[in-house]
Ligand binder design. Structure first.
Ligand code: CP
Ligand code: NVA
Length: 306
C-alpha cells in the first residue's frame, strides 16, 4: 500500500483521528478543492456499492462535490468485483480516472485488495468488518455534544457488528469508556476486547446485561439486529436479541442527560422503542447529518489537507 486509505478507524493514529474531526468541523470553503487539479479541473471519485445505502451515498457524493471533485456512483454488480474482472484490475483502472476510490462491500478483503491495487486513497464505505465513516460521524456527534469524549461513558447495546467495532475504536482512541452489552455468540471475543483496549487511553468492558452497560452512560448506541447480508438469519436473530431493545426504561438507567444514537436505518420496536428514537434524547438526525461533515473531513485528510 503506497497511499493512505481509510479501511478501519485504526488506519489513523490518535492525533490523525483528532485532525480528521477538526477538519470535519471546519468551514468547508477553508478546505480548498483537494479533488481538483491545480488548474481547477475536477478529479473523479469512484463510489461503488455492493449493498444499498441512503446516508453513505448522499453524504459522500455531496462531500466529493464540496471538495471540488466529481462523484461517479456505480452498483457493485456493474463493476463486478472478481466476477466481471479481478479486483486488482478494477483498482488499477479506476486509479487513472479518479482522485479517490470508495467501496461498500460484503467482504472486507475486497476493500483491502482494492487499496493494495489503487494508486489513489481508498475509503471503506462499510464492510462486514467495519464502518469507519460511521465511527467518525458518531465521534463528531458526541464531541459536538460533550466537548470531548475523554472521560465519558459510551454504551452500545446489541450486535457486536461493523458499527460497534468502529465505534469502539473511536471511543478508546479518544479516551472514552466503552461498555458493550451483547448476547453470547454475538459479542466481542476476548482477543477483540484486548485489541480495542490497546488502542488508546480509553477502556472497554463487556457484559450480556443492557442495564450494566447503560448505567450512568452519557451516550447509548444501538444498531440493527440484522445487518445487510444477514437476512437469512433474521428469525433466529430476532429471538436472540429480544431483550436488547433500547427502551425508555433502559434509558432511565443512563445519565439523566444521556443521548441516544443510532447509525440508521432503524427498526422501531426491535432494537429501539419509537419513544426513544423519536424522543428528546435522540441525536440520530444530527448524527446522520454529521456523516456529510465527517466524510468531507476524512477525504480532505486523505488528500493531504492539514
Ligand atoms: N448509516 C449508514 O451507513 O446508512 P446507509 O446504509 O443508508 O448508508
Ligand atoms: N450494521 C448495519 C449498518 C447499516 C448502516 C449493516 O451492516 O447493515
Amino acid at each position: 500500500m503506497n497511499v493512505r486509505g481509510l479501511l478501519n478507524i485504526t488506519d489513523l493514529t490518535v492525533d490523525e483521528l483528532s485532525l480528521v474531526l477538526a477538519l470535519s468541523q471546519r468551514d468547508p470553503a477553508s478546505l480548498g478543492r483537494p479533488l481538483a487539479s491545480p488548474s481547477g479541473l475536477a478529479l473523479g471519485a469512484a463510489l461503488i456499492f455492493e449493498k444499498p445505502s441512503n446516508r453513505t451515498r448522499h453524504s459522500m457524493e455531496v462531500a466529493v462535490v464540496q471538495l471540488g471533485g466529481h462523484p461517479v456512483y456505480t452498483r457493485g454488480e456493474e463493476v463486478g468485483f472478481d466476477t466481471r474482472e479481478p479486483v486488482e484490475d478494477i483498482g488499477r483502472i479506476l486509479s487513472g480516472y479518479h482522485g479517490l476510490v470508495a467501496a461498500r462491500v460484503f467482504s472486507h478483503s475486497v476493500v483491502e485488495r482494492l487499496h493494495a491495487s489503487c494508486s489513489v486513497p481508498v475509503v471503506n464505505m462499510l464492510s462486514d468488518v467495519s464502518h469507519p465513516l460511521q465511527g467518525l460521524a458518531d465521534a463528531l456527534t458526541m464531541v459536538n455534544e460533550f466537548g470531548e469524549l475523554a472521560g465519558r461513558t459510551v454504551a452500545y447495546v446489541g450486535d457486536y457488528n461493523n458499527v460497534a467495532r468502529s465505534l469502539g475504536e473511536v471511543c478508546v482512541m479518544l479516551g472514552a469508556h466503552y461498555r458493550l452489552a451483547c448476547p453470547a455468540g454475538y459479542s466481542a471475543s476476548d482477543a477483540e476486547l484486548s485489541r480495542l483496549s490497546s488502542l488508546g487511553s480509553g477502556s472497554i468492558e463487556q457484559s450480556t446485561d443492557p442495564v450494566v452497560a447503560v448505567r450512568g452512560a452519557h451516550a447509548v448506541h444501538t444498531d440493527t439486529w440484522v445487518s445487510m447480508g444477514q437476512e437469512a438469519e433474521k428469525a433466529e436473530r430476532l429471538g436472540i436479541f429480544g431483550s436488547y431493545t433500547v427502551t425508555s426504561a433502559l434509558m432511565s438507567k443512563a445519565d439523566s442527560r444521556a443521548i441516544f444514537m443510532h447509525c440508521l436505518p432503524a427498526y422501531r420496536g426491535y432494537e429501539v422503542e419509537a419513544a426513544v428514537i423519536d424522543g428528546a434524547a435522540s441525536r440520530v438526525i444530527e448524527q446522520g447529518h454529521n456523516r456529510l461533515h465527517s466524510a468531507r473531513g476524512a477525504m480532505a485528510f486523505l488528500l493531504g489537507v492539514k
